[in-house]
Design a protein around this ligand. Structure first.
Ligand code: HEM
Length: 161
């Protein structure tokens, strides 16, 4: 019988840290989404070229609704992952959704480095949004949930042999 090592479990406390901070963060979703992506583009300027809707657009980056939507998806799917990790010990994304996510990111040319930059930007954005709640534990809780979600996406990005 396989048993999880106790330290590997995603705890109720970790789930709460993510869910409670997300409840606050999402109230200012538009501004947060913008900050999040500005941070990513600051660290990795060329990554803005991956987004088709930025390449063919006259709208200033900060006002692009699709970018805001992508930011919110990343936050909310990470939060959902935290809940799943606590409740069932793994991240499950609907089959069709995860396949589409894998295919879209593979085709767009999203790399490991992009996922790393995004993780850094995500954590910094949360830290700035809820400074009064921020802690190393909160960093860990969001970071783990993000890593597991990205692992699921990357699994679907493996080119078919
Ligand atoms: C598209 C989610 C990470 C770049 C999408 C879509 C979703 C999504 C829902 C649109 C749906 C689709 O067409 O399949 C996520 C999640 C991520 C993540 C949940 C991590 C947890 C990243 C990263 C980058 C990135 C790190 C690059 C910095 C893109 C691009 C598209 C896309 C370029 C296509 C946009 C277009 O040109 O239409 N992502 N994404 N994503 N994502 Fe992500």
């Amino acid at each position: 019988k396989y048993e999880f090592a106790p330290e590997a479990r995603y705890t109720k406390e970790e789930e709460s840290l993510v869910v409670e901070s997300w409840d606050i963060i999402k109230q200012d979703a538009a501004a947060l989404g913008l900050k999040f992506f500005m941070r990513i583009f600051e660290i990795a300027p060329s990554s803005s070229g991956l987004f088709s809707f930025l390449r063919n657009s006259d709208v200033p980056i900060g006002q692009n609704p699709k970018l805001k939507r992508h930011a919110m998806t990343v936050f909310s799917m990470t939060c959902d992952s935290a809940v799943q990790l606590q409740r069932i010990g793994k991240v499950i994304v609907r089959d069709t959704t995860i396949r589409k996510l894998g295919a879209t990111h593979l085709k767009a040319g999203v790399s490991n480095e992009h996922f790393e930059v995004m993780k850094y930007a995500l954590l910094e954005t949360i830290k700035e949004a809820v400074p009064h709640m921020w802690s190393d534990k909160m960093r860990e809780a969001w970071g783990k949930a993000y890593d597991k979600l990205v692992a699921a996406i990357k699994e679907e990005m493996k080119p078919i042999p």
